[in-house]
Design a protein around this ligand. Structure first.
Ligand SMILES: [Zn+2]
Length: 208
């Protein structure tokens, strides 16, 4: 069985969404395009946005990863402006957003109210309360490698509705099949059912 990798950085994986590096030329498989908080270059911001506009070809599945990160040195106000601009772009081109968030969940929830497209928090690995607040605000969650060993995250997966999540490898080097297997056990469904559910979720976010 082939498993969809919702967010990854490896060009050789074709069944998933490849996250482009800043100012990179896209592959001919699905990809996401955005300005990550750590890549914001204030002096060349307009150039970065025109790269985005010019590179949203056919296989562009989503805008992102973009969002807010309290640990990078870029000014928070500027991060919010760049994020908001990408929310507006996503609204315009009608594509879902893959969100990177570090310790800024409530700011992301508040800015997210301006989004008209589905928003997916990638690499979710935080507390139960934050997961519940995100879900209550219509966010999707994408889970990665930590689910294999983190018990409290497994509990969050258990409590996340089947139609509200995705699975990803991100930067980690492991077989996504392991993660699908683990999650199918947690959710007490078959691997085939899980696979189908994820494809259905993809279909849902693609169509707004
Ligand atoms: Zn990533």
């Amino acid at each position: 069985m082939e498993f969809f990798d919702f967010h990854h950085h490896k060009k050789y994986i074709r069944n998933g969404i490849y996250n482009l590096n800043i100012e990179q030329i896209p592959p001919d498989s699905p990809y996401s395009i955005g300005i990550h908080p750590q890549d914001i270059d204030v002096a060349h911001l307009e150039q970065q946005f025109s790269w985005m506009e010019d590179t949203m070809f056919q296989n562009c599945f989503a805008i992102g990863e973009c969002g807010l990160d309290s640990l990078v040195s870029i000014d928070q106000k500027i991060q919010e402006e760049v994020f908001l601009r990408q929310i507006k772009m996503a609204n315009e081109v009608e594509k879902p957003m893959i969100i990177h968030c570090v310790r800024k969940f409530y700011e992301v929830i508040s800015l997210g109210k301006k989004a008209e497209q589905p928003m997916i928090i990638h690499g979710f690995n935080k507390k139960r309360q934050i997961a519940e607040d995100l879900l209550a605000n219509n966010f999707y969650l994408s889970f990665g490698k930590a689910v294999l060993y983190n018990l409290s995250l497994q509990d969050i997966v258990k409590n996340t509705p089947l139609n509200k999540f995705f699975l990803e490898t991100d930067n980690e080097d492991f077989n996504i099949g392991e993660l699908y297997l683990k999650v199918s056990e947690i959710k007490e469904i078959s691997l085939g059912q899980l696979n189908e559910q994820i494809l259905e979720n993809l279909h849902t976010i693609k169509n707004g």
